[in-house]
Design a protein around this ligand. Structure first.
Ligand code: MF3
Ligand code: CO
Length: 250
C-alpha cells in the first residue's frame, strides 16, 4: 500500500466532488430542525447527492445501511438514521456524508446544533472544528504527516477534551479509504512525508470527557464510554506546493 499522488485530471474531479459535498452538507445543516427524525435527514441527503448525479458512497459500504451517518449527542460517528430517532431542541447532531463524482470520492462531516444548545455543547463543536484548522496548518509539502495529528490532539486536549483514538482520518481518492492512516493525536513516529497532490480526509472526533468509546449492538454506532457529548469535523483536503486546499468547503 502506498499514498497515491493525484494527477491534474484527478484533482479537477476531486475538486468538483468536494464542492458538491460541501453544498450537500450546507443544505443538510439548514434542514436540521427539532422534531425531525434522523431517517428524514438521511433521505434529504440521499436525494441531494443523487440529484447531483453522484453516488452516496456510504450506502452499502461494508454493509452500512444508509447514505449518511447521523450521530446524536454521545454518539461519536456512524450512527444509523432511524424513523424513531427524533432530534430534540438542545441536541447536537454529527452529520457525516460521502459521495462519488465520476469515480472520485469526497468525505466530510459537521456537528450542528438542534435549536438552542448549552454553552458546553457549543464550545465542544467550536474546539473540534478549530482542531481541524490547527492540524491543517501543518498540511504542507515537505512536512511529516503526524505533525498534523499532533497539532489536532494537542489543541483539543488543551481544553481537557478526549481525543478519540480508535477511529482516524485517511487518504481518499478513487477509493473512500486509502493510505495513509491519519490519527488525531501524537504519534511516536513522524509518519510519511507529505507531498503535493496527496488528498486526505482529516477528521477529528473529540469527546467532552473520556476518549474511550464503545460500539452499540448494531456494530456501527460508536458512543462515548462516559455518555458525555462528542463532536466531529471533517474535510477532504488537497496538498499543494503552498497552502492546502479544503475541497469540501464552499
Ligand atoms: N466518514 C466515515 C469514514 O471516513 C464514514 C464511512 S463509514 C460508512 O470512515 F460505512 F458509513 F461508510
Ligand atoms: Co472519513
Amino acid at each position: 500500500m502506498s499514498i497515491t499522488i493525484k494527477s491534474h485530471r484527478e484533482i479537477e474531479l476531486m475538486r468538483h466532488a468536494g464542492k458538491l459535498l460541501g453544498k450537500t452538507l450546507e443544505q443538510l445543516e439548514k434542514a436540521v430542525k427539532p422534531g425531525m427524525s434522523t431517517w428524514e435527514l438521511n433521505k434529504i441527503g440521499d436525494d441531494i447527492i443523487k440529484g447531483y448525479d453522484c453516488i452516496p458512497s456510504f450506502l452499502n459500504y461494508n454493509g452500512y445501511p444508509a447514505s449518511i451517518c447521523i450521530s446524536v449527542n454521545d454518539e461519536v460517528v456512524h450512527g444509523i438514521p432511524k424513523k424513531e430517532v427524533i432530534l430534540q431542541e438542545g441536541d447536537i447532531v454529527s452529520i457525516d456524508a460521502g459521495l462519488i463524482y465520476q469515480g472520485y470520492h469526497a468525505d466530510a462531516a459537521r456537528t450542528v446544533p438542534v435549536g438552542e444548545i448549552s454553552e458546553n455543547a457549543e464550545k465542544l463543536i467550536q474546539v473540534t472544528k478549530q482542531s481541524f484548522f490547527e492540524g491543517i496548518k501543518y498540511a504542507k509539502q515537505g512536512n511529516h504527516l503526524f505533525e498534523i495529528s499532533k497539532a489536532i490532539g494537542a489543541y483539543a486536549e488543551s481544553f481537557g477534551y478526549g481525543v478519540v483514538r480508535s477511529l482516524i482520518g485517511h487518504g481518499i481518492g478513487s477509493r473512500l479509504h486509502e493510505d495513509p492512516q491519519i490519527p488525531n493525536f501524537k504519534q511516536r513516529r513522524r509518519g510519511p512525508k507529505i507531498e503535493s497532490g496527496m488528498t486526505f480526509a482529516i477528521e477529528p472526533m473529540i469527546n467532552e470527557g473520556t476518549w474511550r468509546v464503545y460500539w452499540l449492538d448494531d456494530d456501527w454506532t460508536v458512543c462515548t464510554e462516559d455518555g458525555l457529548l462528542s463532536a466531529h469535523y471533517e474535510n477532504t483536503v488537497l496538498i499543494t506546493d503552498g497552502e492546502p486546499e479544503i475541497l469540501t468547503l464552499l
